[in-house]
Design a protein around this ligand. Sequence first.
Ligand code: FAD
Length: 407
Amino acid sequence: MHAPKAVIIGGSMGGLFAGNLLHRAGWDVTLLEKAATPLTSRGTGIVTHPGLREVMRLAGAQFENRLGIEISRRLAFDARGHILSEVQLPQNFTSWSRLLQILLEAFPADRYHLSSGVVRIEDGDAQQAAQVHLHDGRVLQADLVVAADGNRSEARRQLFHAPPMRYAGYVAWRGLVHREALSTLACELVGENFAFSQIPGEQIVGYPVLGADHQNTIHVNFVWYRRTSAEALRDILTDAQGRYHPDGIAPHLLRPEVLQQARQAAHAQLHPVWAEIVDKSPDLIVQTILDGVTDTMGTQRVALLGDAAFVARPHVGQGVTKAAGDALALVQALQESGQQVPQALAEYSRVRVPVGYKAVTMAQQLGAVINLPDPGMAQWATHFADPYNLIMETAVEINGVAHTVLS
Ligand SMILES: Cc1cc2nc3c(=O)[nH]c(=O)nc-3n(C[C@H](O)[C@H](O)[C@H](O)COP(=O)(O)OP(=O)(O)OC[C@H]3O[C@@H](n4cnc5c(N)ncnc54)[C@H](O)[C@@H]3O)c2cc1C
């Protein structure tokens, strides 16, 4: 008997978790990534959770002793450097590039296809295979299509009646800098801790991570949330040629004056160690903060997974863990249904939709302190204005997101 065929759209975290788990479960997997060159520096730091590491093991990823760096202290300080709150909360921090590299190593290279953008998907039914149409005219038949094509998912737009992703009213500036390039004070405050500062309309967090290089260089990662009007966002996403990039602007296309404004604001508003970290980060990434929900994650033979289904703001630190948990839940549902795909996808959707809503809701609560919250969220803005609540509840594991049982 032939192995059932799975086509995965998207070669980032979600696609690789699904690809590795399906491959190990005996599926014939083809992974399609639209980018022409290998994905490398898309993101910065990633908070890992025990559940994420468990799914990585199940996916065949070899990462013991090289995933990330252990940090035990969280602290919040104000613009003058006064420590406002401090707790012990050990966690392992890695970088986006390192995690992607580990997942790529586990996946058969001849099954991973760059320059393979998908333009149209037909979802098939219990009898008919799904069809995946590529930009170059190729058409692939599949028993299962996994749409791990991110927050601008074509599959979501074409096949799911999900609402459009919604702008949360603020952006995140992100960057990475070699820890050894930082001053002693910046290392003490941010280079050794999970550090937090906030002022009205802004919040910045930073922590050390392992870079993707073989020397295990330690970098310091920051995520700086800034309330930003829709007009100001449009300006940030417009390059020097006047082209607007609504889906996100590549770091090298950010206009010099936009970068300069951000760096000046860091000096004017934040503690000098944050300004130093922002200044010394060679590339700044700007991420539009979005909320994305859907009431279904499966239709016939097409599964939505990761950010294509739900986008939870980064405060909860669940982006990668959620994609991993979706992939694990999908493979389990397929196994339990005897590979009856439409039936398995109904079960997958039933299990994962509530998890997606939970992550998005918790992220909105955490974010309420940054944007101007609607009245329903005002209590959360007050709750997270308290530095102790902020450092205790940001980026901690949320039960169920990784789809593994936590001890
Ligand atoms: C700018 C940015 C920075 C981020 N930085 C961080 C970070 O530092 N830390 C963190 O924890 N999380 C970060 N995230 C979130 C995190 O990357 C995701 O939550 C996580 O990777 C799960 O995403 P995914 O694999 O579902 O989708 P994505 O990572 O968005 O990947 C989707 C993939 O699908 C591909 N694709 C899209 N359309 C098609 C198509 N039609 N055909 C073929 N391929 C297609 C894309 O090229 C992309 O590689 C960031 C997100 C963004 C947008």
